[in-house]
Design a protein. Structure first.
Length: 469
């Protein structure tokens, strides 16, 4: 049913529309970002929560098993039978009383509030990116692409390489910056057979080059400037709501890097509310690392707003000009959000307006301490994921989030995406700690859980176990 969907420029003074089968990453008329839009009133059957949930009873069918495509009614840009899936979206929403206590929220299991962790590390490539890749890959297949490319700090490259390898539909070409990718992620791209190009520069440089080369060579670009990527990422929030029996939480808290997730989440809630499927939208909090805090600086310090589709582009331009003049580069242990120039900045501003959102920054020390608390509650995550928990703690301390509210923190990636940071935090080896973490301004491991040295003797081992009970 592609005729029921179209692409549209997000700038209200332009609002140009384009067919679904056009391959675009920006409006060719004005240069702004594009949305995928739907003519909901022309759908044969309006979307309903009951019909969506009924698909789980048909989970032997791959598209009903997929945590993306079982919500096809809410992203119907391609015929269901053409949608690409490798089993993405089998994720978990789990109440986390220990993390709630750490953040200052009600930890009671019977509470109407509390803190929930949406764990996207259970995706096939180990991160949330597989949701978006299912959407982008489906569109790439629809238009007959044979090669797909991305710039990446790690997770996008792993996901693209996996989809290319698992489906054999196209070749993956990956642009990474020098020294700006965790080995846990790089290993996936290499193992899955992608052509990996490491350029002399950071993520922002890689993003600029991949856009140029993709346009020049006709390669399909899957970064989150691709509007079909964000359609897949909407389904993270559909699964959150499904797990909460369609009761809308008070807050969604998400790490902010390239701002694709926050943009997709805002669109998801806006559409659900327009369709009458939810009575209200939750508030949105986007959390930057202090070493990569473009959104925080522009929104909270300089007052940048969506302004009904007319954000102050002069302010944005001046910010980036000053960044270049001062040669300021992103630097944080949370490599997945180590981005200075978020490509979805304007869409995120729109999401913040739709969801009455806020932006905060947290230090690498706060991120790693929060990460240790997430692990202690049974879910291991990469450093960037824990920014959501650290940000929640800060917002509770500020009185922005009330202790009795229901908060969902999105954990974007698996712990083994960046095991070096975890081991350095917990080992008790100061030399390793300083080498890996000290350069990021991390001073202490408040929740260290280092191995205990013990003699090769049963009695000594028993004594040690008893002393640590």
């Amino acid at each position: 049913m592609p005729e029921l969907a179209f692409q549209q420029c997000i700038h209200p003074d332009c609002a140009a529309t384009f067919a679904v089968d056009e391959v675009l990453v920006a409006c060719p008329k004005c240069g702004h970002l594009l949305d995928v839009q739907y003519e909901w009133d022309r759908l044969p059957v309006p979307p309903s929560l009951g019909a969506i949930e009924a698909k789980w009873s048909r989970r032997a069918e791959p598209h009903c098993f997929s945590g993306v495509w079982r919500f096809h009614d809410l992203l119907p840009f391609a015929p269901a039978e053409q949608c690409v899936t490798i089993g993405e979206g089998q994720t978990l929403l789990q109440r986390a009383p220990g993390v709630a206590r750490y953040a200052g929220l009600d930890p009671s299991p019977d509470s109407a509030g509390g803190l929930f962790l949406q764990y996207e590390g259970m995706n096939p490539s180990g991160s949330f990116k597989d949701n978006g890749m299912a959407g982008a890959f489906t569109h790439a297949r629809l238009v007959g692409a044979t090669r797909a490319a991305c710039a990446s700090t790690g997770n996008t490259s792993a996901s693209l390489a996996l989809y290319c390898s698992a489906t054999r539909l196209m070749r993956a070409i990956i642009f990474i910056g020098s020294g700006k990718i965790a080995y846990g992620k790089l290993s996936q791209a290499l193992d899955y057979g992608a052509l990996t190009l490491q350029i002399d520069g950071d993520f922002d440089d890689a993003m600029a080059r991949v856009k140029e080369v993709s346009q020049q060579m006709g390669i399909y670009l899957v970064n989150s400037v691709n509007p079909f990527r964000l359609e897949g990422q909407k389904t993270i929030m559909f699964r959150v709501l499904e797990a909460l029996r369609w009761q809308v939480p008070d807050w969604i808290v998400v790490p902010g890097g390239n701002l694709g997730n926050s943009s997709a989440f805002g669109k998801a809630f806006h559409e659900l509310h327009q369709l009458g499927l939810i009575p209200r939208v939750p508030r949105l909090a986007v959390i930057n690392a202090t070493g990569a805090n473009t959104l925080y600086d522009l929104v909270e310090l300089q007052g940048l707003r969506w302004n009904d589709g007319g954000p102050d582009e002069r302010l944005i331009g001046q910010f980036y000009h000053d960044m270049n003049a001062n040669n300021r580069r992103a630097s944080t242990i949370a490599s997945a959000i180590e981005i200075n120039r978020p490509v979805n900045l304007t869409k995120c501003l729109r999401a913040l307006a739709w969801c009455n959102g806020v932006v905060r920054e947290v230090t690498d020390q706060e991120i790693l301490d929060a990460k240790a608390q997430v692990g202690a509650d049974g879910l291991g995550c990469e450093p960037a994921s824990a920014a959501s928990v650290a940000g929640t703690k800060r917002l509770v301390q500020e009185g922005v989030i009330a202790p009795d509210e229901r908060v969902v923190c999105v954990l974007t990636g698996h712990q083994l995406k960046d095991p070096k940071a975890t081991v350095a935090y917990h080992m008790g080896d100061r030399e390793m700690f300083d080498e890996v973490l000290g350069s990021r301004g991390v001073q202490t491991a408040q929740f260290e859980n280092s191995p205990v040295g013990v003699a090769n003797d049963s009695e000594a081992i028993v004594r040690e176990i008893r002393e640590n009970e």
